[in-house]
Write a protein that binds this ligand. Structure first.
Ligand code: C2E
Ligand code: CA
Ligand code: CA
Ligand code: CA
Length: 277
C-alpha cells in the first residue's frame, strides 16, 4: 500500500476519516440550523463618494454550541453537499424581505442589497424563477437587488449564463463580478457578459500602497471597467490612504472595515443614520 502514493495513504488515514465524520455532522447541523433560525445576515455598507448607496449581505452562522462559524468554513462544505441550495434560497428570501422592510423606512429605502450567489445555485435550471418568486413573495423592489457572481461561475455554460442574466436584468436586477482579477476570464469574454459592476478583489486592495503590482492591477481594473461602461467598487478598504489612492485612480465606490465591518441589521440601520447625518 505504501507504494500506492501519498494521496492513497492520506485517504485512509484516521485524520481523513475524522474529517469525513465531521463533515457529515456539520452538514446535518446546517440543516437543523436553518430550520431553527441560527443563520443570520450581516450587512456591510457600500459607500459612493460621501453617501451610503447599499450594502452586501454576508451570512453568519450562530451555532448554539460551537459559537460563531465563519462562512469560509461552511460555505465550501455546503457547496459540496448541495446544502448551499437551501442556504442560498434562505439568503435570497431574507435579503428580499429586508429590502421590502426598508422600503417604508425613509433612511433605508434608497439602499440596495447585494447577495453572493454560489455557482451551484446559479446553475439550477429554475434559478431565474426562484429569484422572481422571492421578489414577488416579499414585495421587494428588484431594482434594489444585486447579485454577486464569481468568474468561475461565469465560465461554465456561457450561453445559459448570459440568458439567465438577461432575464433577471429585464426585471431590474443588477450583476456584479466579485473577486475580480483572481480568475481567468478573458477580456473578449468579459465584454459579452451583461454585467453592471466589477468588484476589485480585496487581495489587490490590501497592498495597493506598497506593492506596485497590486497598484497596477487596481488601476487596470478601474480603467477596464470604466471603458466597458461598468461601475467599479473596491472591497477590503481598511484605511483612508487606500480609499484616497483608489479615488485618485478613478474608483469612487468602496466597501471595507474603514467604513464598517459587516453588522447585524439593527446596528447597520444605526450606522446608516449616523453616517448620513
Ligand atoms: P466575499 O464575497 O468576497 O465577501 C467579502 C469578505 O471580506 C467578507 O468575509 C467580509 O466580511 C470581508 N471583509 C469586508 N471588508 C473587509 C476589510 O476591510 N478587510 C478584510 N480583511 N476583510 C473584509 P465573510 O463575511 O467572512 O465572507 C467570506 C466569504 O464567504 C465571502 O467572500 C463569500 O464568498 C462567502 N459568503 C458570505 N456570505 C455568503 C452567502 O450568503 N452566500 C454565499 N454563497 N457565499 C457567501
Ligand atoms: Ca461578495
Ligand atoms: Ca469579494
Ligand atoms: Ca473573496
Amino acid at each position: 500500500a505504501k507504494t500506492a502514493g501519498r494521496n492513497t495513504l492520506q485517504f485512509y488515514s484516521p485524520n481523513m476519516h475524522m474529517a469525513i465524520q465531521e463533515r457529515v455532522q456539520m452538514e446535518a447541523e446546517m440543516r437543523t440550523g436553518l430550520e431553527q433560525g441560527h443563520f443570520e445576515l450581516f450587512f456591510q455598507p457600500q459607500v459612493h463618494a460621501h453617501q451610503v448607496i447599499g450594502c452586501e449581505a454576508l451570512i453568519r452562522w450562530r451555532h448554539p454550541e460551537r459559537g460563531f462559524i465563519a462562512p469560509s468554513l461552511f460555505i465550501p462544505l455546503a457547496e459540496d453537499s448541495g446544502q448551499i441550495l437551501a442556504l442560498g434560497q434562505w439568503v435570497l428570501h431574507t435579503a428580499c424581505a429586508q429590502l421590502a422592510a426598508w422600503a417604508s423606512n425613509p433612511h433605508m429605502a434608497h439602499l440596495s442589497i447585494a447577495i453572493n450567489v454560489s455557482p451551484r445555485q446559479f446553475h439550477q435550471p429554475n434559478f431565474v424563477e426562484q429569484v422572481i418568486a422571492a421578489i414577488t413573495q416579499t414585495g421587494a423592489d428588484p431594482r434594489a437587488l444585486e447579485l454577486e457572481l464569481t468568474e468561475g461561475l461565469l465560465l461554465h455554460d456561457v450561453e445559459d449564463t448570459i440568458e439567465k442574466m438577461l432575464q433577471l436584468k429585464r426585471h431590474g436586477i443588477a450583476f456584479s463580478l466579485d473577486d475580480f482579477g483572481t480568475g481567468y476570464s478573458s477580456l473578449a469574454y468579459l465584454k459579452r457578459l451583461p454585467l453592471d459592476q466589477l468588484k476589485i478583489d480585496q487581495g489587490f486592495v490590501r497592498d495597493v500602497l506598497t506593492d506596485a503590482n497590486d497598484a497596477a492591477i487596481a488601476r487596470t481594473v478601474v480603467a477596464l471597467g470604466t471603458s466597458l461602461g461598468l461601475r467599479v467598487i473596491a472591497e477590503g478598504v481598511e484605511t483612508a490612504a487606500q480609499r484616497d489612492f483608489l479615488q485618485h485612480n478613478g474608483c469612487t465606490t468602496w466597501q471595507g472595515y474603514y467604513f464598517s465591518r459587516p453588522l447585524p441589521v439593527a446596528e447597520f440601520a444605526e450606522w446608516v443614520a449616523q453616517f448620513s447625518s
